[in-house]
Design a protein around this ligand. Structure first.
Ligand code: ZN
Ligand code: ZN
Length: 176
């Protein structure tokens, strides 16, 4: 049976983990587990940008995914890809690896009081979104759908962690 496995990579918000596991197994109808695998992210630090290279990390995570498994790296570290100043997450369409960062999802980053619930909601939306890509879903324009592309946390807060009916139907076809 294919699994979704979450790999914490320097991720401190362990309290979000339980909700994360249950939302993911529910959205994708797949068993979702916490993985004990580890990857040292130090080699992916870019000193000029003070950020970590998401594409390089994904390349290293690839061999950790089993044949049909999906793996999700979650980290507190700030991620980038060369063409963008930062990213919330990254995945390849139809791939087996998603990578998500909580770095830009913290209210504190925006001068607001820390709110674990908001943080948890945001990171779960990010993970569902990136995993959606690994199952072959593209960006959606339907307001509220988790597959809507987001650049800012404000946009993130306006969508749900659920697929719209169209994306849901497509996902069911892709995972059948
Ligand atoms: Zn996307
Ligand atoms: Zn949609």
């Amino acid at each position: 049976m294919p699994l979704i496995r979450i790999i914490p990579l320097q991720f401190s918000s362990v309290s979000t983990m339980e909700t994360m596991l249950s939302v993911l197994s529910n959205r994708f109808k797949m068993e979702t587990r916490l993985s004990g695998q580890h990857l040292d992210l130090t080699p992916f630090f870019n000193p000029v940008r003070s950020q970590y290279n998401a594409n390089e990390i994904i390349q290293k995570l690839l061999p950790l995914a089993g044949e049909d498994d999906k793996i999700v790296g979650v980290t507190d570290l700030d991620l980038f890809i060369p063409v963008l100043s930062y990213i919330f997450g990254q995945a390849y369409l139809g791939g087996s690896v998603a990578l998500v960062s909580g770095h830009r999802l913290e209210n504190r980053r925006y001068g607001l009081a820390s709110d674990p619930q908001i943080f948890s909601d945001r990171i779960i939306k990010c993970i569902v979104h990136e995993l959606g890509h690994t199952f072959g879903l593209k960006h959606c324009l339907k307001p509220g759908c988790v597959m809507v592309s987001t650049t800012y946390v404000e946009e993130m807060d306006q969508k749900s962690d659920m697929f719209c009916q169209t994306c849901q139907n497509e996902l069911s076809m892709l995972t059948a």
